[in-house]
Design a protein around this ligand. Sequence first.
Ligand SMILES: Nc1ncnc2c1ncn2[C@@H]1O[C@H](COP(=O)(O)OP(=O)(O)OP(=O)(O)O)[C@@H](O)[C@H]1O
Length: 343
Amino acid sequence: MLLAVALTTLAVRLHSNSAFAGAALYSLLSFGENLAGIVLYWTSLETSLGAIARLKTFNDTVKPEDRDGESIIPPEHWPTRGVVELKGVSATYSSEHDEGSTTRLASHNIHLTINSGEKVAICGRTGSGKSSFIALLLKLLDPTSTTAEDIVIDGQLLQHINRSELRQRIIAVPQETVFLPDGSTFQANLDVSEEATREECEAVLTAVGLWEFVQDRGGLDAGMNASTFSSGQRQLMSLGRALIRRSIRQRKHATGAEHGGILLLDEVSSSVDQETERVMQHTIKTEFKNYTVIAVAHRLDMVMDFDKVVVMDTGKIVEIGVPAVLAQEAGSKFGDLVRARNE
Ligand SMILES: Nc1ncnc2c1ncn2[C@@H]1O[C@H](COP(=O)(O)OP(=O)(O)OP(=O)(O)O)[C@@H](O)[C@H]1O
Protein backbone atom coordinates (compact mmCIF):
# COMPACT_ATOMS: atom_id res chain seq x y z
CA MET A 1 0.00 0.00 0.00
CA LEU A 2 2.70 2.43 1.05
CA LEU A 3 4.77 1.66 -2.01
CA ALA A 4 1.76 2.09 -4.24
CA VAL A 5 0.98 5.50 -2.76
CA ALA A 6 4.59 6.54 -3.13
CA LEU A 7 4.67 5.43 -6.75
CA THR A 8 1.39 7.14 -7.52
CA THR A 9 2.61 10.41 -6.09
CA LEU A 10 5.95 10.04 -7.78
CA ALA A 11 4.28 9.50 -11.13
CA VAL A 12 2.33 12.71 -10.71
CA ARG A 13 5.46 14.61 -9.75
CA LEU A 14 7.32 13.41 -12.80
CA HIS A 15 4.77 15.05 -15.01
CA SER A 16 5.08 18.41 -13.42
CA ASN A 17 7.42 21.39 -13.30
CA SER A 18 5.74 23.56 -10.75
CA ALA A 19 7.07 24.02 -7.25
CA PHE A 20 3.75 23.57 -5.59
CA ALA A 21 2.82 20.66 -7.78
CA GLY A 22 5.30 18.76 -5.64
CA ALA A 23 2.74 19.39 -2.99
CA ALA A 24 0.09 17.60 -4.96
CA LEU A 25 0.55 14.93 -2.41
CA TYR A 26 -0.01 17.52 0.25
CA SER A 27 -3.52 16.31 0.73
CA LEU A 28 -2.23 12.83 1.46
CA LEU A 29 0.85 13.87 3.39
CA SER A 30 -1.01 16.21 5.63
CA PHE A 31 -2.79 13.37 7.27
CA GLY A 32 0.44 12.23 8.72
CA GLU A 33 0.36 8.54 9.27
CA ASN A 34 2.10 7.50 6.06
CA LEU A 35 4.39 10.51 5.89
CA ALA A 36 7.46 8.99 7.46
CA GLY A 37 7.25 5.90 5.29
CA ILE A 38 6.72 7.82 2.09
CA VAL A 39 9.57 10.19 2.83
CA LEU A 40 11.85 7.29 3.71
CA TYR A 41 10.94 5.59 0.47
CA TRP A 42 11.66 8.71 -1.54
CA THR A 43 14.94 9.51 0.07
CA SER A 44 16.14 6.03 -0.80
CA LEU A 45 15.55 6.71 -4.49
CA GLU A 46 18.75 7.24 -6.36
CA THR A 47 18.46 8.70 -9.77
CA SER A 48 19.83 11.63 -11.70
CA LEU A 49 16.55 12.62 -13.36
CA GLY A 50 15.83 16.33 -12.94
CA ALA A 51 12.28 15.80 -11.79
CA ILE A 52 13.44 13.44 -9.09
CA ALA A 53 16.03 15.96 -8.06
CA ARG A 54 13.26 18.50 -7.59
CA LEU A 55 11.23 15.93 -5.75
CA LYS A 56 14.14 15.41 -3.43
CA THR A 57 14.35 19.15 -2.84
CA PHE A 58 10.72 19.07 -1.83
CA ASN A 59 11.41 15.98 0.19
CA ASP A 60 14.18 17.63 2.11
CA THR A 61 11.76 20.21 3.35
CA VAL A 62 9.36 17.74 4.88
CA LYS A 63 11.56 15.39 6.88
CA PRO A 64 9.62 15.34 10.10
CA GLU A 65 12.49 14.22 12.26
CA ASP A 66 14.52 17.34 11.47
CA ARG A 67 12.25 19.93 12.86
CA ASP A 68 8.88 18.74 13.96
CA GLY A 69 10.03 17.14 17.18
CA GLU A 70 10.70 20.48 18.80
CA SER A 71 8.18 22.67 17.12
CA ILE A 72 5.04 24.18 18.50
CA ILE A 73 1.54 22.79 18.20
CA PRO A 74 -0.66 25.87 17.69
CA PRO A 75 -3.84 26.52 19.70
CA GLU A 76 -6.61 24.01 19.03
CA HIS A 77 -8.65 25.85 16.42
CA TRP A 78 -5.86 27.93 14.91
CA PRO A 79 -6.11 29.61 12.46
CA THR A 80 -9.61 30.99 12.92
CA ARG A 81 -9.12 34.53 11.58
CA GLY A 82 -6.75 33.83 8.73
CA VAL A 83 -4.56 36.91 9.01
CA VAL A 84 -1.33 36.28 7.09
CA GLU A 85 1.70 38.56 7.42
CA LEU A 86 4.95 38.28 5.51
CA LYS A 87 7.67 40.63 6.65
CA GLY A 88 10.50 40.73 4.15
CA VAL A 89 10.60 37.05 3.20
CA SER A 90 13.10 35.68 0.69
CA ALA A 91 13.57 32.06 -0.32
CA THR A 92 15.73 30.10 -2.71
CA TYR A 93 15.69 26.59 -4.03
CA SER A 94 18.98 24.83 -3.68
CA SER A 95 19.73 23.59 -7.15
CA GLU A 96 22.68 21.35 -6.64
CA HIS A 97 21.42 19.35 -9.62
CA ASP A 98 21.28 22.33 -11.98
CA GLU A 99 24.38 23.05 -13.96
CA GLY A 100 25.94 26.45 -13.59
CA SER A 101 24.18 27.77 -10.52
CA THR A 102 23.89 26.88 -6.90
CA THR A 103 20.74 28.67 -5.85
CA ARG A 104 17.59 29.86 -7.53
CA LEU A 105 15.67 32.80 -6.15
CA ALA A 106 12.02 31.94 -5.72
CA SER A 107 10.82 34.74 -3.44
CA HIS A 108 12.49 38.08 -2.89
CA ASN A 109 11.85 40.38 0.06
CA ILE A 110 8.12 39.80 0.21
CA HIS A 111 6.16 42.20 2.41
CA LEU A 112 2.46 41.51 2.47
CA THR A 113 -0.44 41.55 4.89
CA ILE A 114 -3.56 39.58 4.07
CA ASN A 115 -6.54 40.40 6.25
CA SER A 116 -9.07 38.07 7.80
CA GLY A 117 -11.47 36.65 5.22
CA GLU A 118 -9.81 38.40 2.29
CA LYS A 119 -9.87 36.75 -1.12
CA VAL A 120 -6.46 37.30 -2.69
CA ALA A 121 -5.24 36.25 -6.12
CA ILE A 122 -1.57 35.67 -6.86
CA CYS A 123 -0.84 36.36 -10.52
CA GLY A 124 2.20 36.69 -12.75
CA ARG A 125 3.96 35.08 -15.65
CA THR A 126 5.28 31.54 -15.65
CA GLY A 127 8.14 31.14 -13.20
CA SER A 128 7.40 34.42 -11.40
CA GLY A 129 7.18 32.76 -7.98
CA LYS A 130 3.44 32.24 -7.44
CA SER A 131 3.60 28.60 -6.38
CA SER A 132 6.67 29.30 -4.27
CA PHE A 133 4.63 31.88 -2.36
CA ILE A 134 2.08 29.18 -1.52
CA ALA A 135 4.88 26.72 -0.72
CA LEU A 136 6.24 29.20 1.86
CA LEU A 137 2.90 29.25 3.67
CA LEU A 138 2.87 25.46 3.88
CA LYS A 139 6.52 25.27 4.90
CA LEU A 140 7.29 23.28 1.79
CA LEU A 141 9.88 25.98 1.18
CA ASP A 142 11.78 27.72 3.97
CA PRO A 143 12.76 31.39 4.08
CA THR A 144 16.50 31.81 3.50
CA SER A 145 17.27 34.00 6.45
CA THR A 146 14.94 34.27 9.33
CA THR A 147 14.40 37.23 11.46
CA ALA A 148 12.12 36.18 14.26
CA GLU A 149 8.96 37.40 12.58
CA ASP A 150 9.25 36.38 8.95
CA ILE A 151 5.84 34.84 8.47
CA VAL A 152 3.05 35.18 10.99
CA ILE A 153 -0.38 33.58 10.76
CA ASP A 154 -2.95 34.64 13.34
CA GLY A 155 -0.21 35.73 15.70
CA GLN A 156 1.84 32.52 15.42
CA LEU A 157 5.33 32.51 13.93
CA LEU A 158 5.35 29.98 11.17
CA GLN A 159 8.94 29.01 11.74
CA HIS A 160 8.05 27.53 15.13
CA ILE A 161 4.98 25.63 14.06
CA ASN A 162 5.03 21.89 13.59
CA ARG A 163 4.98 21.21 9.86
CA SER A 164 2.53 18.36 9.72
CA GLU A 165 0.23 20.16 12.14
CA LEU A 166 0.39 23.26 9.92
CA ARG A 167 -0.63 21.22 6.87
CA GLN A 168 -3.61 19.83 8.71
CA ARG A 169 -4.75 23.28 9.80
CA ILE A 170 -4.44 25.06 6.46
CA ILE A 171 -6.60 23.70 3.67
CA ALA A 172 -4.78 23.53 0.36
CA VAL A 173 -5.95 22.48 -3.07
CA PRO A 174 -3.01 21.67 -5.32
CA GLN A 175 -3.01 21.89 -9.09
CA GLU A 176 -2.57 18.15 -9.48
CA THR A 177 -4.71 15.68 -7.60
CA VAL A 178 -3.09 12.61 -6.13
CA PHE A 179 -5.38 9.65 -5.66
CA LEU A 180 -4.97 6.53 -3.59
CA PRO A 181 -4.10 3.39 -5.60
CA ASP A 182 -6.76 2.12 -8.01
CA GLY A 183 -9.43 0.10 -6.28
CA SER A 184 -9.62 2.40 -3.24
CA THR A 185 -13.17 3.60 -2.75
CA PHE A 186 -14.58 6.97 -3.77
CA GLN A 187 -15.18 7.72 -0.10
CA ALA A 188 -11.59 6.91 0.90
CA ASN A 189 -10.31 9.14 -1.88
CA LEU A 190 -12.53 11.99 -0.90
CA ASP A 191 -12.11 11.71 2.85
CA VAL A 192 -8.48 10.72 3.25
CA SER A 193 -8.50 11.16 7.03
CA GLU A 194 -11.62 8.96 7.38
CA GLU A 195 -13.40 11.41 9.66
CA ALA A 196 -16.36 12.46 7.54
CA THR A 197 -19.81 10.89 7.53
CA ARG A 198 -21.37 9.41 4.40
CA GLU A 199 -23.86 12.27 4.42
CA GLU A 200 -21.03 14.79 4.40
CA CYS A 201 -19.38 12.98 1.49
CA GLU A 202 -22.62 12.92 -0.48
CA ALA A 203 -23.29 16.61 0.21
CA VAL A 204 -19.80 17.57 -0.87
CA LEU A 205 -19.91 15.52 -4.06
CA THR A 206 -23.25 17.13 -4.86
CA ALA A 207 -21.80 20.60 -4.23
CA VAL A 208 -18.95 20.02 -6.67
CA GLY A 209 -21.23 18.35 -9.23
CA LEU A 210 -19.75 14.85 -9.00
CA TRP A 211 -22.47 12.98 -7.13
CA GLU A 212 -24.14 11.63 -10.26
CA PHE A 213 -20.78 10.63 -11.68
CA VAL A 214 -19.95 8.67 -8.50
CA GLN A 215 -23.39 7.07 -8.38
CA ASP A 216 -23.05 5.92 -11.98
CA ARG A 217 -19.89 4.13 -10.96
CA GLY A 218 -21.37 2.27 -8.00
CA GLY A 219 -21.47 4.90 -5.23
CA LEU A 220 -19.19 5.81 -2.36
CA ASP A 221 -18.08 2.24 -1.61
CA ALA A 222 -17.16 1.37 -5.19
CA GLY A 223 -13.52 1.01 -6.15
CA MET A 224 -12.25 4.01 -8.06
CA ASN A 225 -10.03 4.06 -11.11
CA ALA A 226 -8.37 7.45 -11.32
CA SER A 227 -7.42 7.00 -14.97
CA THR A 228 -11.10 7.25 -15.90
CA PHE A 229 -11.27 10.79 -14.47
CA SER A 230 -10.84 13.80 -16.71
CA SER A 231 -8.43 16.49 -15.49
CA GLY A 232 -11.40 18.66 -14.58
CA GLN A 233 -13.02 15.86 -12.57
CA ARG A 234 -9.73 15.36 -10.74
CA GLN A 235 -9.74 19.05 -9.80
CA LEU A 236 -13.35 18.81 -8.63
CA MET A 237 -12.40 15.88 -6.38
CA SER A 238 -9.62 18.02 -4.97
CA LEU A 239 -12.04 20.82 -4.21
CA GLY A 240 -14.32 18.17 -2.67
CA ARG A 241 -11.49 17.13 -0.34
CA ALA A 242 -11.10 20.75 0.74
CA LEU A 243 -14.82 20.94 1.49
CA ILE A 244 -14.63 17.77 3.56
CA ARG A 245 -11.75 19.23 5.54
CA ARG A 246 -13.76 22.41 6.11
CA SER A 247 -16.76 20.37 7.35
CA ILE A 248 -14.61 18.38 9.74
CA ARG A 249 -12.94 21.54 11.09
CA GLN A 250 -16.31 23.16 11.56
CA ARG A 251 -17.70 20.11 13.37
CA LYS A 252 -14.75 20.02 15.75
CA HIS A 253 -15.04 23.68 16.63
CA ALA A 254 -16.18 23.82 20.21
CA THR A 255 -18.60 26.74 19.98
CA GLY A 256 -20.27 25.52 16.81
CA ALA A 257 -20.04 29.10 15.52
CA GLU A 258 -18.97 29.60 11.91
CA HIS A 259 -15.27 30.22 12.00
CA GLY A 260 -12.69 31.12 9.44
CA GLY A 261 -9.45 29.59 8.33
CA ILE A 262 -7.11 29.61 5.37
CA LEU A 263 -7.71 28.08 1.96
CA LEU A 264 -4.86 27.94 -0.55
CA LEU A 265 -5.66 27.21 -4.18
CA ASP A 266 -3.08 26.55 -6.87
CA GLU A 267 -4.54 26.85 -10.34
CA VAL A 268 -7.53 24.80 -9.34
CA SER A 269 -9.61 25.56 -12.38
CA SER A 270 -6.92 25.25 -15.04
CA SER A 271 -8.51 22.15 -16.61
CA VAL A 272 -12.22 22.86 -16.36
CA ASP A 273 -14.68 24.43 -18.75
CA GLN A 274 -16.37 27.76 -18.04
CA GLU A 275 -19.51 26.24 -16.56
CA THR A 276 -17.50 24.04 -14.18
CA GLU A 277 -15.35 26.99 -13.29
CA ARG A 278 -18.49 28.88 -12.40
CA VAL A 279 -19.55 26.02 -10.08
CA MET A 280 -16.11 25.99 -8.46
CA GLN A 281 -16.11 29.74 -7.94
CA HIS A 282 -19.57 29.69 -6.45
CA THR A 283 -18.61 26.83 -4.12
CA ILE A 284 -15.47 28.61 -2.96
CA LYS A 285 -17.33 31.87 -2.39
CA THR A 286 -20.20 30.38 -0.44
CA GLU A 287 -18.58 27.53 1.48
CA PHE A 288 -15.40 29.40 2.31
CA LYS A 289 -16.88 32.85 2.79
CA ASN A 290 -15.31 33.21 6.25
CA TYR A 291 -11.98 31.88 5.09
CA THR A 292 -9.01 33.81 3.86
CA VAL A 293 -8.56 32.51 0.33
CA ILE A 294 -5.22 32.80 -1.44
CA ALA A 295 -5.43 31.61 -5.02
CA VAL A 296 -2.73 31.25 -7.64
CA ALA A 297 -4.51 32.02 -10.87
CA HIS A 298 -3.66 32.07 -14.55
CA ARG A 299 -7.30 32.47 -15.55
CA LEU A 300 -7.75 36.06 -14.59
CA ASP A 301 -11.51 36.18 -15.13
CA MET A 302 -11.81 33.85 -12.13
CA VAL A 303 -10.30 36.42 -9.77
CA MET A 304 -11.81 39.63 -11.08
CA ASP A 305 -14.11 39.93 -8.06
CA PHE A 306 -11.43 39.07 -5.50
CA ASP A 307 -10.57 41.70 -2.88
CA LYS A 308 -6.95 41.96 -3.88
CA VAL A 309 -4.53 40.84 -6.54
CA VAL A 310 -0.82 40.43 -5.94
CA VAL A 311 1.26 40.48 -9.12
CA MET A 312 4.63 38.73 -8.99
CA ASP A 313 7.69 38.94 -11.21
CA THR A 314 11.02 37.16 -10.65
CA GLY A 315 10.04 36.32 -7.08
CA LYS A 316 9.08 39.90 -6.18
CA ILE A 317 5.73 41.54 -5.60
CA VAL A 318 5.48 44.19 -8.31
CA GLU A 319 1.89 45.32 -7.84
CA ILE A 320 -0.95 45.03 -5.33
CA GLY A 321 -4.46 46.33 -5.86
CA VAL A 322 -8.11 45.65 -6.53
CA PRO A 323 -8.31 43.45 -9.66
CA ALA A 324 -11.30 45.10 -11.28
CA VAL A 325 -9.70 48.53 -10.83
CA LEU A 326 -6.22 47.54 -12.00
CA ALA A 327 -7.66 45.77 -15.04
CA GLN A 328 -8.84 49.17 -16.35
CA GLU A 329 -5.71 51.09 -15.47
CA ALA A 330 -3.21 52.01 -18.15
CA GLY A 331 0.27 51.04 -17.03
CA SER A 332 -0.95 48.46 -14.53
CA LYS A 333 0.97 45.17 -14.61
CA PHE A 334 -2.21 43.26 -13.83
CA GLY A 335 -3.92 45.24 -16.59
CA ASP A 336 -1.12 44.15 -18.94
CA LEU A 337 -1.65 40.51 -18.00
CA VAL A 338 -5.39 40.83 -18.62
CA ARG A 339 -4.86 42.55 -21.96
CA ALA A 340 -2.30 39.93 -23.01
CA ARG A 341 -4.75 37.15 -22.09
CA ASN A 342 -7.56 38.77 -24.03
CA GLU A 343 -5.42 39.02 -27.12
N1 LIG B 1 11.86 22.57 -6.89
C1 LIG B 1 12.52 23.55 -7.48
N2 LIG B 1 13.86 23.54 -7.55
C2 LIG B 1 14.55 24.56 -8.12
N3 LIG B 1 13.97 25.64 -8.67
C3 LIG B 1 12.62 25.70 -8.64
C4 LIG B 1 11.82 24.66 -8.07
N4 LIG B 1 10.52 25.00 -8.21
C5 LIG B 1 10.50 26.19 -8.83
N5 LIG B 1 11.75 26.61 -9.09
C6 LIG B 1 12.15 27.89 -9.72
O1 LIG B 1 11.69 28.95 -8.87
C7 LIG B 1 11.16 30.01 -9.64
C8 LIG B 1 9.70 30.26 -9.24
O2 LIG B 1 8.95 29.09 -9.58
P1 LIG B 1 7.40 28.95 -9.23
O3 LIG B 1 7.00 27.54 -9.52
O4 LIG B 1 7.16 29.48 -7.89
O5 LIG B 1 6.77 29.94 -10.32
P2 LIG B 1 5.26 30.07 -10.79
O6 LIG B 1 5.00 31.52 -10.95
O7 LIG B 1 4.36 29.32 -9.88
O8 LIG B 1 5.32 29.36 -12.21
P3 LIG B 1 4.14 28.63 -13.04
O9 LIG B 1 3.14 29.67 -13.40
O10 LIG B 1 4.86 28.13 -14.24
O11 LIG B 1 3.59 27.53 -12.18
C9 LIG B 1 11.32 29.61 -11.10
O12 LIG B 1 12.51 30.21 -11.57
C10 LIG B 1 11.47 28.11 -11.06
O13 LIG B 1 12.26 27.64 -12.11
